[in-house]
Design a protein around this ligand. Structure first.
Ligand code: UDP
Length: 310
């Protein structure tokens, strides 16, 4: 593993967790973040250097990459619905921004480039478990943009020998997720303000929830391991399927019976994927990835963080 690392989007949810992990390994860290979602304060207690700015700014991207041995590219617009409303913004940030990072990485001799991608939005409707050999059929601009990013990672390995690897995240949860619109963060915020929790549809829909601490380990392995399928994608998750109804039961247990608010059922969101979980066979093969945190343990950690934040 190189001794220095640029983390784009490093002040965001995954970044704030990851930086603590990398700092504990003695790495020199630089963060490029426009603070549109993350908070500079969340880098507190680490020695990470913060460059505030946008990945659309090619000059700034060059400045950020210069002198760094490795890059973890997390910065992105992650909201699928927003990408449908303003696809051109998504294209600029998620595709052109990724391209800018890749180009600068080649120019400054970066040794490893890890790209945060997604399985669900790239593959689209498919019978789970979702895996890397499935043909991509994105149904949102967000999915198309991430697929394009993967395409460029592959091309920059093929054309310039940049050792890129695309990690497809399933539904990630954990500390530092206060600003996320994802279901677990949203439900914990509702618990804190004592407002009802909204379940879309009948709650039988499923997801593969991965604890951010397990995800971090996989990212570190992707920086370290020499024998990887460069230019390609590796799916991360737990391989386990959890329905929203099951999630509610666990969250109620973690938070406390009397504290968890009432449930309100609303119609399914348009385009809602009903079942989703992933195969982690490839992650296990190449990254020796074995998620260690049960959903209940991960929820306890996350709730501890939310309580201490309020
Ligand atoms: N969900 C829900 N209530 C909410 C937010 C989400 O029931 O307030 C459900 C949603 O229908 C989906 C799951 O939780 O089945 C995960 O939603 P999220 O937006 O976190 O992730 P994604 O749908 O992109 O996988």
């Amino acid at each position: 593993m190189g001794k220095s690392c640029l983390i784009t989007g490093g002040a965001g949810f995954v970044g704030s967790n990851l930086i603590r992990h990398l700092a504990s390994r003695g790495m020199r860290l630089r963060v490029l973040d426009n603070l549109s979602a993350g908070r500079a304060a969340d880098l507190g207690g680490t020695d990470a250097e913060l460059l505030i700015g946008d990945i659309r700014d090619t000059q700034l991207v060059e400045q950020a990459v210069q002198g760094m041995e490795t890059v973890i590219h997390l910065a992105a617009h992650t909201n699928v619905i927003e990408s449908i409303k303003t696809p051109e913004v998504n294209l600029e940030v998620n595709v052109k921004g990724t391209f800018n990072l890749l180009q600068a990485s080649v120019k400054y001799g970066v040794k490893r480039f890890v790209f945060a991608s997604t399985g669900g939005a790239i593959i689209g409707e498919a019978d789970p478990p979702v895996h890397e050999d499935m043909a991509p059929h994105p149904i949102s601009p967000y999915g198309a943009g991430k697929l394009a990013g993967e395409g460029y990672c592959s091309a920059f390995w093929g054309s310039y020998g940049l050792k890129s690897i695309c990690l497809r995240f399933s539904n990630v949860y954990g500390p530092f997720s206060y600003h996320k619109g994802s279901v677990i963060a949203k439900f914990f915020r509702r618990v804190q303000v004592g407002e009802p929790v909204t379940v879309y549809g009948d709650g039988a829909q499923t997801r593969d929830f991965i604890y951010v601490g397990d995800l971090e380990k996989a990212i570190v392995s992707a920086l370290q391991i020499e024998d990887l399928p460069f230019g390609e994608a590796i799916q991360l998750g737990t391989g386990k399927e959890t329905s929203i109804n099951e999630l509610v039961v666990l969250m109620r247990k973690v938070v406390g019976e009397g504290i968890f608010p009432s449930l309100v059922y609303q119609p399914s969101r348009p385009g809602e994927v009903l079942r989703n979980y992933v195969s982690i066979a490839r992650a296990n093969q190449y990254l020796s990835f074995v998620p260690a945190t049960t959903l209940e343990e991960g929820l306890k950690e996350t709730w501890r963080w939310f309580k201490q934040e309020s």
